[in-house]
Write a protein that binds this ligand. Structure first.
Ligand code: BGC
Length: 833
């Protein structure tokens, strides 16, 4: 099944939630604050751990400044206490409002469904007319029926994709532009590890969605990056379930301040190849719940997400039946509704029902496919009124499905065909002529902040960065190749002019158009940031590099190298044949260009653009500095310029383990070894868990990212020696900026279970991420940060009892700067009782 997504159509809007955030020291939740959705804003009271922070000043967000001249700092000498159950355990982390709906919305939805005819109910569950490619982003409603009699006077949903901005390209009218704010891709936003920022990005997208009169955002993409070769790697936050759950919740809470969000693609959709041909994700129950499900559970329970999209792939759990995700009652009902407690609506991915756009077998097949999906827990088939055109007579299941859909419309105030849409009026405007967002300068500035926080400095030998102005450096060349690409689908050919272009990512369903007048690519950004006296020149060849005192080489991937299936020829959307530059062309153009620049022996940096890992082995040893710039969005060049000249400090860290070679990773797809195989076994261990337990050393570990300053960790405090299963352990640690310039540090908290009885936890060096925190520090400053552990997040899926369990016994806590740098000094223990 192929589809285009390159077409038009229009509008609707929505909704709210505040985020509770409770941080502070000690056990339980010592303070409660209300974060109305902005940055920071978390109330901090109480002090870190059981120690004292003399002279501490509140710094917000679970951090306090430690006065070096103050009194005792709490190191040693603390009396371990017990952490008891905390009734507000869930809210110990910010962006955890859960599912909220007004009583009024609930009663309006109930009344509306009760008064609907059977056809009106079924029209809540359907897409639009079969074959209409220009009408694939809304649910059923006959546009000539201005009274909305066909849907019971309830407005249809109007969808837009959203992982990196509101996609107005797919729905724009002929000749219009469809500009909206282009944020960095999600893999880059994952690299910020900044939940407050991600919440703001969600708010901005919710705002623009409502401004453009659309009513549901098809985002976040929260598929685990099981393997960095996935063509859609850029759409997700990284390889760890806890990270995805936290970032996804922050984003959803932001979007849902205005309008409903749809978490996708449930579940285990992480291969493009054969996605339309019934590829089978095969795993055991524990892997499904903990690795492929945990983040959805968080986004459902913490984030209160409105919608979940069932994925294209087939899912086989253990030796059970292999069932399409859209018809998988274990997935959609046992796991999503009954285990995770999901209350919203489930939609199919576009033509994700068996048979795709043209199921064989006529109406009889459609009818049986529709029954299977409906009884499994699918509420709405998208985008066409295809199988669901053959729904049987309305029964209790369909009544429930209609109520799910209609409730979400009332919940977010998008049900009224004539009313203002959404829970809040947008701050941005919309120009219907150009079909573009207006008044979005604040969002563009936010996109720049996200780019600034997400760029990762991977190598900086000899402190070649920041570029030193004055002295020997009077000119900077910004060089790179212009690399052509061809695609099918939305756009068929083009090229990436690496030194110049502002990059947004692939051309699949998450594509977003930036206003060229407000786009800043590498050259423009570096030029804007260059101090007076430094000449900045763009170029495509060695001569340009030769002529300069410092060389910035911009290299990376094109929309052919990685992207969504339908834009690239089948079997070529993933990068499992090569993670290198020019992997799809088979050439070594960019690799050899970098090598020849390196041979000039000048100070230089290689800036990489791409959605996930890029193999640097061909030249890594030859160049002094490497920056991973991802697809940094419309203001990425501005952020890059500031960072390269040291006007801002690098702080992004890798949300993906970066292998030395493809052969260091588990197999990408079952078809790697047997081309006709549709089955891919998906193991429990991936990402850092794979490297740790296999004893393999990655090129760059999860959490790697350098800075222009240095940070010292000390004084780890675990506030209690024992904790009950319903408790919270507020771990604190002091982080000092021991260098000479300001910088942000991201601290990671991992746990392990030294005496575990759980087989998966007994693997050598096994550990799991259970917390992270970004903190800003001026030169010389020390802050004590708090990283709460919700003991409920330490659960595991017990296959024996077929239930979640929290293991009693010792938990080891490790805090540090990356997954491979968790110092013994920063180790603590507590016991779960
Ligand atoms: C993608 C989804 C997207 C949908 C609508 C599908 O091809 O997998 O992520 O939301 O199209 O554009």
């Amino acid at each position: 099944m192929r589809h285009q997504h390159n077409l038009f159509q229009v509008p609707r809007a929505l909704a709210l939630l505040g985020a509770l955030s409770l941080l502070g020291g000690g056990c339980g939740h010592p303070s409660t604050g209300t974060n109305t959705g902005g940055t920071g804003g978390m109330t901090t009271s109480g002090l870190g751990g059981n120690g004292n922070v003399a002279g501490a000043t509140g710094a917000g967000g679970g951090e306090v400044v430690v006065d070096p001249n103050g009194g005792a700092n709490g190191a040693g000498g603390t009396t371990p206490t017990a952490c008891a159950d905390d009734p507000n355990q869930q809210h110990a982390l910010p962006y955890t409002p859960g599912y909220t709906i007004s009583a009024n919305a609930t009663s309006l939805a109930n009344a509306a469904v009760q008064s609907m005819s059977d056809t009106q109910k079924q029209n809540q569950l359907r897409g639009t007319t079969i074959g209409q490619y220009n009408d694939i982003f809304r649910s059923a409603h006959n546009l000539s029926d201005t009274s909305y009699a066909d849907t019971g006077n309830i407005k249809e949903f109007q969808f837009s994709d959203g992982p990196r901005g509101v996609n107005l390209d797919a729905v724009k009218t002929n000749g219009s532009q469809g500009f909206s704010t282009v944020f960095p891709v999600a893999s880059m936003r994952g690299a910020t590890f900044d939940v407050d920022l991600e919440n703001q990005v969600g708010l901005a997208m919710g705002d623009e969605l409502i401004a453009s009169k659309r009513t549901m955002l098809l985002a976040p993409t929260v598929n685990i990056l099981r393997h960095p070769a996935w063509g859609r790697a850029e759409e997700t936050y990284g390889e760890d379930s806890f990270l995805l759950g936290r970032m996804g919740s922050a984003y959803v809470v932001g979007v849902q301040t205005y309008a409903p969000a749809c978490a996708k693609h449930f579940a285990a959709n992480n291969i493009e190849r054969n996605r339309d041909n019934g590829d089978i994700a095969q795993m055991d129950e524990q892997t499904l719940r903990e690795i492929y499900g945990r983040h959805y559970a968080m986004i459902v329970r913490d984030g209160g997400v409105s919608c979940v999209m069932a994925a294209y792939n087939v899912l086989q759990v253990g030796s059970g039946q292999a069932l399409n995700c859209t018809q998988n009652s274990h997935l959609l009902t046992d796991v999503l509704r009954n285990d995770f407690g999901f209350k919203g609506m489930v939609i199919s991915d576009w033509w994700a029902m068996p048979g795709g756009q043209a199921p064989a077998g006529g109406t009889a097949t459609e009818s049986s496919q529709a029954r299977a999906a409906m009884s499994a827990g699918l509420d709405l088939e998208m985008p066409w009124n295809l199988n669901f055109s053959q729904l049987p007579a309305v029964d209790a299941t369909q009544n429930a499905a209609a109520l799910h859909v209609v409730t979400e419309k009332f919940r977010f105030n998008v049900a009224n065909p004539n009313g203002p849409l959404g829970l809040l009026p947008p701050t941005t405007g919309f120009d219907s002529g150009s079909f573009s967002i207006t008044n979005n300068d604040a969002h563009i500035a936010l996109a720049q902040k996200a780019a600034l926080e997400g760029m990762v400095l991977l190598k900086n030998d000899g402190g070649v960065l920041p570029i030193k102005s004055g002295g020997n450096i009077q000119s900077v060349a910004v060089v790179g190749l212009s690399v052509p690409w061809t695609l099918k689908g939305v756009q068929t050919s083009g090229s990436v002019n690496f030194p110049v272009d502002a990059r947004s990512g692939d051309l699949g369903s998450s594509r977003v158009n930036m206003d060229p007048a407000k786009a800043i690519g590498p050259y423009a950004g570096i030029m804007a940031a260059a101090p007076s006296g430094i000449m900045v020149l763009p170029g495509h060849d060695l001569a340009a590099a030769q002529a300069a005192d410092f060389v910035v080489v911009v290299a990376g991937l094109t929309p052919h190298d990685e992207g969504e299936d339908y834009t690239i020829k089948p079997d070529d959307s993933d990068r499992d044949a090569s993670l290198g530059l020019d992997g799809k062309t088979g050439g070594t153009l960019q690799n050899s260009f970098i090598a020849s620049v390196a041979a000039l022996g000048k100070p230089m940096v290689v800036v990489l653009e791409g959605g996930s890992v890029i193999d640097v082995s061909a030249w890594q040893q030859m160049v002094p500095a490497i920056v991973m710039a991802w697809y940094p969005g419309q203001s990425g060049g501005a952020a890059l310029g500031q960072l390269l000249f040291g006007q801002a400090n690098f702080s992004g860290k890798l949300p993906i383990s970066w292998p030395k070679a493809l052969s260091d990773l588990p197999r990408f797809s079952g078809s790697d070894s047997a081309p006709s195989s549709l089955t891919t076994p998906m193991g429990y261990y991936l990402g850092y868990r794979w490297f740790d337990t296999q004893g393999k050393i990655p090129q760059y570990a999860f959490g790697t990212g350098l800075s222009y300053t240095t940070f010292d960790y000390s004084n780890l405090q675990v506030p209690c020696s024992t904790v009950t299963k319903g408790g919270v352990v507020n771990v604190t640690i002091d982080i000092k900026n021991s260098g000479t310039v300001a910088g942000d540090e991201i601290a990671f908290l991992f746990v392990s279970w030294p005496n575990s009885n759980v087989t998966t936890r007994k693997a050598p060096n096994y550990k799991e991420l259970k917390g992270f925190k970004r903190v800003s520090l001026t030169a010389g400053q020390t802050k004590r940060i708090t990283i709460p552990i919700r003991v409920s997040d330490l659960n595991y899926w017990d296959t024996g009892s077929n239930s979640w369990q929290i293991e009693t016994g010792t938990v080891k806590v490790m805090v540090g700067t990356s997954s491979d740098k968790l110092t013994p000094a920063a180790t603590g223990m507590f016991t779960v009782q």
